[in-house]
Design a protein around this ligand. Structure first.
Ligand SMILES: Nc1ncnc2c1ncn2[C@@H]1O[C@H](COP(=O)(O)OP(=O)(O)O)[C@@H](O)[C@H]1O
Ligand SMILES: [Mg+2]
Length: 380
């Protein structure tokens, strides 16, 4: 039976005639796509985090995924025959990084006791700010030089990856510091270096970006990391620790708020700093609510009394902060120049107004430390 018979039988079955049947054409091009998706040359998608499985997506799968067909994924550790050498080398480098990270994390875990450590006997003062470049490191250096309790020593610890405090204190640059010591589980005390005027400093030190991230991730998960490190330094009750921090809400700020007796917020008399005061106050209020707030004071740095605007800003800040505004440090280009020449401005023969302001600030903080001691001894 041929095709024409078929059609006339069909028409007859329904009582009609096939005479009126007209065929337009039997070839029809269906536009459906072939579903055979065999991956061709693999392309490694840039991977940022090394602690997640690395994923490869084939070029064809990537193209098809835009047509609503799922990308085909395969783990990288099944070697692709014929994969370009640079991909294989990248895999080896990633594996090496992951191994180093695991080693660092293990050293961090091992180096400190678990749980909440005993509080260090030393007094701890932290310099913090919402904005950078306001003078935290300058003041940290000045306080490390000037603030000493009888029978004790004052040491500075830099928690800012910018690692600049060593320049302010004239310490030997590029020595191993807090960052790498923490990652290797080494003692902080053995790495203190000598700064100007008999000061002691633990610089942040240089670390790779991966190491910095590993350390910061660890800090985010262990809120007592800094408390543990300070406890393990075995400091005395007449010792003072000055903590220098990076600007903004960082894992280091969270750590210092847990451990500091006093926090000094550094600001400049301008609108940019003024708008960030709210953030800082909110953060500290959260701590007050949790019963963990350190004593918190403010200082205005780089104050230019020759400008009416600066004087007005000073007035606004005084009204807002009241007694919490502990001091004002004058703008003095000599401070910047001293830093450039590697000198400590407090040791200059002629004491500028800014240096006198910093010394006055140091005296006030010292008086507060002593009154805190008295309050504690009454409480115990
Ligand atoms: N009172 C001041 N007068 C003039 N320059 C200052 C004063 N305080 C700090 N500086 C300069 O401002 C710059 C930033 O200071 P720094 O202490 O490094 O800020 P931060 O640690 O907050 O980023 C430095 O060059 C420093 O010398
Ligand atoms: Mg700094």
């Amino acid at each position: 039976m041929n095709r024409t018979d078929d059609i006339s039988n069909l028409f007859n079955k329904f009582g009609a005639s096939a005479d009126s049947y007209l065929e337009f054409g039997s070839h029809f091009d269906y536009k459906e796509k072939s579903l055979a998706l065999v991956p061709t040359a693999p392309v490694t998608v840039p991977v940022v985090e090394v602690d997640h499985p690395v994923i490869q997506i084939s070029e064809s799968a990537l193209a098809d995924s835009t047509n609503g067909i799922e990308a085909q994924l395969s783990p990288v550790n099944t070697p692709q025959p014929g994969a370009p050498l640079r991909h294989l080398l990248a895999e080896v480098a990633l594996a090496r990084q992951a191994e180093a990270q695991a080693r660092n994390e293990e050293a961090l875990r091992q180096s400190l006791p678990h749980g909440r450590p005993a509080k260090t006997r030393a007094h701890v003062i932290a310099l913090v700010s919402a904005k950078g470049g306001v003078g935290k490191s300058t003041l940290a250096s000045a306080l490390t030089t000037a603030l000493r309790l009888e029978g004790g020593q004052t040491l500075a610890i830099e928690l800012d990856p910018q690692n600049t405090l060593q320049h302010h204190l004239g310490a030997q640059a590029d020595v191993a510091g807090m960052g790498s010591a923490s990652l290797k589980g080494e003692s902080w005390k053995s790495l203190l270096v000598a700064g100007s005027a008999g000061s002691l400093l633990l610089p942040y030190g240089s670390v790779t970006e991966d190491e910095r991230r590993t350390l910061e991730r660890y800090l985010e998960n262990d809120r007592y990391w800094l408390a543990g490190q300070l406890a393990s330094m075995d400091l005395g009750e007449n010792d003072v620790v000055i903590l220098d921090t990076p600007p903004g809400r960082t894992p280091y700020l969270e750590q210092v708020l847990t451990v500091a007796d006093q926090v000094l917020v550094v600001a400049t008399a301008n609108a940019a700093c003024f708008v960030t005061l709210d953030q800082m106050e909110r953060l500290l209020e959260e701590r007050v609510a949790r019963g963990q707030a350190p004593l918190c004071n403010y200082v205005i740095n780089q104050f230019d009394s020759s400008r009416l605007f600066c004087r007005d800003m000073h007035e606004v800040l005084k009204r807002r902060l009241g007694a919490r505004l502990l001091g004002v440090v004058t703008l003095d280009h000599g401070i910047d120049e001293a830093l450039a020449y590697g000198q400590n401005p407090l040791l200059e023969a002629e004491s500028s107004q800014a240096c006198q302001d910093m010394l006055a600030l140091s005296d006030l903080l010292k008086a507060q430390l002593k009154s805190m001691d008295v309050a504690e001894s009454f409480a115990s």
